[in-house]
Design a protein around this ligand. Structure first.
Ligand SMILES: Nc1nc2c(c(=O)[nH]1)N[C@H]1C(S)=C(S)[C@@H](COP(=O)(O)O)O[C@H]1N2
Ligand SMILES: [Mo]
Length: 216
């Protein structure tokens, strides 16, 4: 019998399906060639895909037939890391009580830090920041936020999955919403309250790390 508790979180993120249930092998031994997305238990759809230098891929490049939204919104990669909502929910949660622009009220937002999610995808954040890397955050409606990775880390972005204890959802702000405490960011102090949320992408589904500032 497989002992599920013996499977590390890292292994669940790094592997997929039956492979995730196999005994752990040291990371150094693990085959770097992973061509399938991280479905977690084989039943969960992917909600987030991450690509770029430093990301440890668990799937291959764009598939014109399957990756329709990615393709149509101009995203390109040769390999990427993907995961399910369960996988995101298994990461350490950050909660923050923040005022949001939509109803000008305070809400409790919950989800892993963006930093935690990127680390789960294998990124060495310090190294990527030293290299001056950028991050793009792509949402389902085509909206895309781009900024230096160092700035995103400084702002303390959360990949929110919950608001006031309720899951975020497709058709609303979710299932993933990259949000920050807009009132706590010194760089935004002079920006009118509602305009402080321009970098918070609801309906997030794709993150891309790049070595330089993206052209578009
Ligand atoms: N997915 C998505 N996220 C988005 C936007 C958007 O159009 N789509 N607009 C941004 C801007 S410019 C602001 S000010 C806030 C609020 O915009 P909204 O009313 O379009 O949500 O969300 C930000 N996040
Ligand atoms: Mo805006």
């Amino acid at each position: 019998m497989t002992d599920h508790t013996a499977i590390s979180r890292r292994a669940l993120f790094a592997t997929t399906g039956a492979a995730a249930l196999a005994p752990l092998t040291p990371l150094a031994q693990a085959a770097p060639v992973a061509t399938r997305t991280c479905f977690f238990n084989g039943l969960q759809p992917v909600v987030l895909t991450i690509s770029g230098p430093g990301i440890e891929p668990n799937r291959g490049g764009l598939d014109a037939a399957r990756d329709r939204m990615l393709v149509q919104q101009g995203n390109r990669f040769d390999a990427a890391w993907s995961c399910s909502l369960d996988a995101i929910a298994s990461l350490q949660e950050r909660r923050m009580r923040i005022r949001i622009e939509y109803d000008d009220a305070r809400h409790e937002i919950g989800g892993p830090l963006l930093e935690t999610v990127l680390q789960a995808a294998g990124l060495d954040i310090a190294k990527a920041m030293r290299g001056g890397h950028w991050i793009a955050m792509q949402a389902v409606d085509g909206y895309r936020v781009q900024m230096p990775l160092a700035q995103a880390m400084r702002w303390g972005f959360v990949v929110a999955t919950q608001m006031d204890g309720q899951p975020l959802f497709t058709g609303g702000l979710g299932p993933l919403w990259t949000i920050y405490d807009a009132q706590a960011i010194a760089e935004l102090a002079d920006t009118p309250f509602k305009s402080r949320f321009a970098k918070a992408a609801w309906g997030l589904y794709y993150l891309h790390i790049s070595e330089q500032q993206p052209k578009a």
